[in-house]
Design a protein around this ligand. Structure first.
Ligand SMILES: [Fe+2]
Length: 259
């Protein structure tokens, strides 16, 4: 039986990176036989957050499900988008009163994927416990999916690894986002979960986490508010490909990728 391949793409930084994805993602999908693409889009609009233009661009050019994080509500359009399109989700541990859902189901390669998004709480907003939020979603969806996927949007590598190992064997694929720098610890964990602490970003190479270096240096040296801008012509998409056995659904391989 054919292998199943999931591509996870790191935070897409601003419209310049959405354009890059729109020009290059289908080629990567075709060449690598990718069945499903999950991308973090919390910074995809021009001033951060996500808007209709960036959501439409990503979903039209090869992204199947958009996950988000702490910047999701930065753009005013996000609340409506989260309500109307089930293929863009927000961290599950935000208050229930907010629009949107922390998970979605997506059909690909003859399988049902459960995609979950949570946010870490170490050095971030004091949201509800992400471990409990994930456990509740797994319980609520028991029997409704074949393959489970978790985007842990978190600052601390320790929190991401702790979630990876805690849910090892209970979730098929776990990857981290938010820190925008790809880590070199992609692996299949002891109980079978495909894991990487951070998949990196899709953004300008010559930048600080996607943002123009001048802005960040000024902020770090002067400690005053600075409007973040994006510049740079060379964009790289960072992410990871997880390969699963088509018959058993078990993860065979986790690989870092760039394009
Ligand atoms: Fe973030």
């Amino acid at each position: 039986m054919k292998e199943i391949k999931l591509l996870a793409l790191g935070d897409v930084v601003r419209t310049v990176s959405c354009s890059y994805i729109s020009r290059n993602l289908w080629k990567f999908r075709r060449e690598h036989g990718i069945d499903i693409v999950v991308a973090n889009g919390e910074n995809a609009s021009e001033n951060g957050g996500i808007d209709r233009y960036s959501m439409d661009t990503l979903l039209s050019y090869g992204v199947d499900v958009i996950t988000t994080g702490n910047h999701v509500f930065k753009n005013n359009e996000a609340k409506a988008l989260l309500d109307e399109n089930k293929y863009i989700i927000r961290p599950a541990n935000y208050p229930d009163a907010l629009p949107g859902y922390g998970y979605t189901l997506f059909e690909a390669a003859g399988k049902t994927f459960l995609i979950i998004n949570v946010m870490g709480v170490v050095l971030m907003e004091p949201l509800a416990d992400p471990f409990t939020a994930v456990e509740k979603i797994l319980e609520r969806n028991r029997g409704k999916y074949d393959i489970s996927v978790l985007d842990v949007h978190a600052e601390a590598t320790s929190e991401k690894r702790a979630m990876g190992l805690f849910f090892d064997g209970k979730i098929d694929i776990i990857f981290g986002t938010h820190t925008h720098v790809q880590t070199a610890d992609e692996q299949v964990l002891p109980r079978g979960t495909g894991y990487i602490t951070d998949i990196g970003m899709c953004g300008p190479d010559n930048s600080v986490l996607g943002i123009d270096t001048k802005c960040i240096v000024e902020k770090l040296r002067m400690h005053t508010p600075v409007k973040f801008t994006v510049s740079g012509t060379k964009i790289t998409a960072h992410g990871a490909v997880f390969t699963l056995d088509g018959a058993t659904g078990k993860v065979k391989k986790a690989e870092r990728i760039t394009f």
